[in-house]
Write a protein that binds this ligand. Structure first.
Ligand SMILES: [Fe+2]
Ligand SMILES: [Fe+2]
Length: 285
């Protein structure tokens, strides 16, 4: 069975990428009311590539301004802490994984859009979930796909083809052929990298949030789950979501979301797609 080989491979993957661990620290500091722009800049500056990309984005059309920014402190003043930590996490995550047959642009547009949408849904239910974990979990929810793509390219390509040609659910084909799903693979790697559980849980349960027993995390997992499905149904999929997935009506109701609002919710995300594209162009590889 591939499962053992896959788990062994993940176990042999080195430590967490530097840019990712620096970014998690930036995320933590940017949420701490006692920290300052100086403190945060000092951490970002440890990674020159990250620094360069943050400055590029702060000067991009998204945050159009006549004045050119040359320092991280100015970038933080322009972006604000919330936007800064989202940008830093997005850059770090995009740059921490490779892709082989998986389409880079499609994959990351789907992930960034899912992250934005999960936050948007959370705003609609009165911000009951932890926004930072939600955004990071949204970005990372499908990384197991990239791990399988990188280390088991030929086999995983077959899994992918079977799922798309026969219109089977990707997770079912993964279970059948590999004995493990991309959700479990992602969770396994991120846990190994000691990423906090309120993030890894969202990755592990993004296709089955109702199985997560921890109530606080289950709420976030449901938001990522819905965001993922909405993106797939709108064609913002990572190459795997070719077929419309069904909603669990009870999850909508449980969260207090109105299905009739879905058009409005989608419109707000579509506005963000352009930002996501720009983020990928300037912050990606
Ligand atoms: Fe997935
Ligand atoms: Fe997804």
């Amino acid at each position: 069975m591939y499962k053992t080989a896959i788990l062994n491979t993940i176990n042999s993957i080195n430590e967490i990428p530097t840019m990712l661990s620096i970014s998690l620290e930036v995320d933590r500091l940017a949420r701490d009311p006692r920290s300052s722009a100086t403190k945060i800049s000092d951490i970002i500056r440890l990674d020159p590539a990250l620094t360069g990309k943050v400055l590029k984005i702060a000067n991009s059309a998204i945050y159009a301004s006549a004045r050119r920014i040359v320092s991280l402190q100015q970038a933080i003043a322009r972006l604000g802490f919330v936007e800064l930590r989202r940008i830093v996490m997005s850059i770090a995550i995009i740059n921490s994984f490779n892709n082989y047959f998986i389409n880079y642009e499609k994959f990351w547009l789907h992930s960034i859009s899912t992250a934005y949408l999960a936050v948007e849904l959370n705003n609609r239910i009165g911000k009951r979930a932890n926004e930072s974990a939600l955004y990071i979990g949204g970005l990372l929810h499908d990384v197991g796909i990239l791990v399988l793509d990188q280390y088991f390219t030929q086999t995983y390509k077959k899994v992918f083809e079977i799922a798309s040609n026969r219109r089977f659910d990707l997770q079912l084909v993964e279970q059948k052929i590999l004995g493990i799903s991309h959700a479990d693979v992602g969770n396994f790697l991120l846990t190994k990298w000691k990423i906090p559980k309120d993030i890894t849980n969202l990755v592990a349960f993004h296709h089955a949030p109702q199985k997560l027993l921890d109530e606080t995390n289950a709420l976030s997992a449901k938001l990522v789950y819905l965001a993922n499905i909405i993106c797939n149904n709108r064609g913002i999929h990572n190459g795997t979501g070719f077929f419309p997935e069904g909603f669990y009506d009870d999850i909508w109701e449980e969260l207090g979301l109105n299905v009739e609002d879905v058009d409005e919710i989608i419109a707000s995300v579509e506005k963000r797609i352009e930002t996501a594209k720009e983020l990928l162009r300037l912050g990606g590889r």
